[in-house]
Write a new protein. Structure first.
Ligand code: ZN
Ligand code: MN
Length: 153
């Protein structure tokens, strides 16, 4: 990854179904309408939903979708590089449809995860290259604290 990539903004694809079909088929996976619905939800969500939250939301569009199908769809999206899985020890994993490198902030009280400006990491990481024999190619940065809503409560 070129160092300039730290600062790139990424827009949602204009034809998500075509992007999804190509990515799934490249991994030998099947395109389905259910997977497309899960992908569209992630692309339009800012909240880094859990599988349960994705299930609740997608059921409005596809009432007979199962939680197991939602889980498998999410894993298929992660497997073909169209979503990122954020794990938190014992707490439920969250899913991000934004796949460019960007920092997160997590609320210790309510568990909310929000995007932070890429500049936060770009300043620290730009031009790092090689440290103690380790070649830096990416990062995970998570700030921890209290979200605006919990601070007001
Ligand atoms: Zn909070
Ligand atoms: Mn994110």
């Amino acid at each position: 990854m070129a160092s300039r990539d730290w600062a790139l903004g990424v827009r949602a694809p204009s034809a998500p179904e075509a992007v999804l079909r190509e990515a799934l088929e490249a991994k030998g996976q099947r395109y389905t309408g259910q997977r497309a619905a899960v992908y569209r939800l992630l692309l339009h969500s800012r909240s880094h939903p859990t599988a349960d939250e994705v299930f609740t939301a997608v059921r409005r569009e596809i009432p007979d979708i199962s939680l197991a199908t939602v889980y498998k769809s999410l894993e298929a999206l992660v497997g073909c590089g169209l979503a990122v899985k954020l794990t938190y020890g014992d707490a439920a994993a969250r899913y991000d449809g934004r796949t460019d490198p960007h920092p997160h902030a997590r609320c210790k009280r309510c568990g909310a995860v929000v995007d932070m400006p890429v500049e936060l990491a770009a300043q620290a990481l730009d031009g790092l290259g090689d440290i103690r024999g380790f070649l830096v190619e990416g990062y995970r940065l998570e700030l921890v604290g209290r979200c605006a809503r919990c601070r007001a409560a």
